[in-house]
Ligand binder design. Structure first.
Ligand code: FE2
Length: 286
């Protein structure tokens, strides 16, 4: 199957500082190392926004230095924390649409991948203006094969009030365009929420991926003013696609828990093997 990597919300900052107590530069290095060694056969990496936390040049330089360790091409998208002007100085291969937004269509052996820019001019919420809608409408109209659609901000609520406050607020304008081209969209992939979520919105299947630095908690009863975070381990998505299916795996690439074989499917299930297994230096949940 065709394989690509979905990486998102790397939130890199410059210098030697930590961000919320974690090191986003080191985490990106480890992600790049992991992709290079475990998934070198992936065709490319799509990074669905929030490359940096404050959108400054030192952060983009730090991001650039690390992401270039990838052995395969990568494609960048804008998040609410990104600054297109500053980002454009660090990267020389960004492709803009006719209106100057960082939106592009990639041709792949399994159909087109549409990468969009949902950043609002101000604030952390998302928007999708008439110009971007026009580009998307024309792009979807031109497709011969159905493909995958990538966005930083989801155009719908996920049930966490603080994140719903900063979703793409033009979802109502976006939906009719997507519905008009329903047969061209097989799946949607998002960043922004720093959680693994999957589901279906008006018949469109979707998946979200965890971030690389900090994560958002399952805060279903919280108010909309504070985003509650934690340091759940980072992950990236390993996505397998052919003309029949799309499979999105979550890879917790820094996971150091004990690894073992459950049982030999051909040789038979050994009760003793399961009961006698012990892991040095590892403690079960109390
Ligand atoms: Fe983010």
């Amino acid at each position: 199957m065709f394989k690509f990597i979905h990486l998102t919300d790397t939130h890199v900052i410059g210098g030697d500082d930590l961000l919320f107590g974690a090191n986003p530069r080191r985490r990106l290095e480890l992600a790049v190392e992991s992709i290079a060694t475990e998934h070198a056969d992936a065709a490319f990496v799509v990074i669905t926004g929030d490359l940096t936390h404050w959108g400054d040049q030192t952060a983009y330089n730090a991001f650039y230095d690390r992401i270039n360790g990838l052995p395969m091409p990568y494609y960048l998208m804008m998040g609410n924390h990104d600054d297109m002007g500053v980002m454009n100085q660090a990267f020389n291969k960004m492709e803009f649409d006719e209106y100057g937004y960082l939106q592009q269509k990639l041709e792949t052996p399994v159909g087109p991948f549409i990468l969009t820019d949902t950043k609002a001019p101000k604030g952390h919420h998302g928007e999708y203006c008439e110009k971007r809608l026009d580009w998307l409408n024309k792009t979807l109209s031109s497709l011969k094969l159905p493909g995958l659609l990538f966005m930083h901000h989801p155009p719908f609520d996920v049930g966490i009030a603080s994140l719903d406050r900063i979703r793409n607020r033009d979802g109502e304008k976006l939906l009719p365009v997507l519905e008009r081209h329903r047969d061209k969209i097989r799946h949607m992939l998002f960043g922004h929420v720093h959680r693994v979520i999957s589901g279906n919105w008006h018949g469109f299947s979707f998946s979200f991926m965890r971030g690389l630095n900090h994560q958002c908690r399952l805060d279903l009863d919280g108010d909309d003013r504070i985003i509650r975070g934690d340091l759940t381990e980072p992950a990236y998505g390993v996505v397998l696609v052919d003309d029949q299916q799309i499979i999105s795996h979550v890879h917790n690439f820094t996971n150091t828990s004990p690894k073992f074989d459950l049982h030999d499917l051909v040789g038979g299930d050994s009760r003793a093997h399961a009961l006698n297994m012990r892991h040095d230096d590892w403690q079960d949940i109390d």
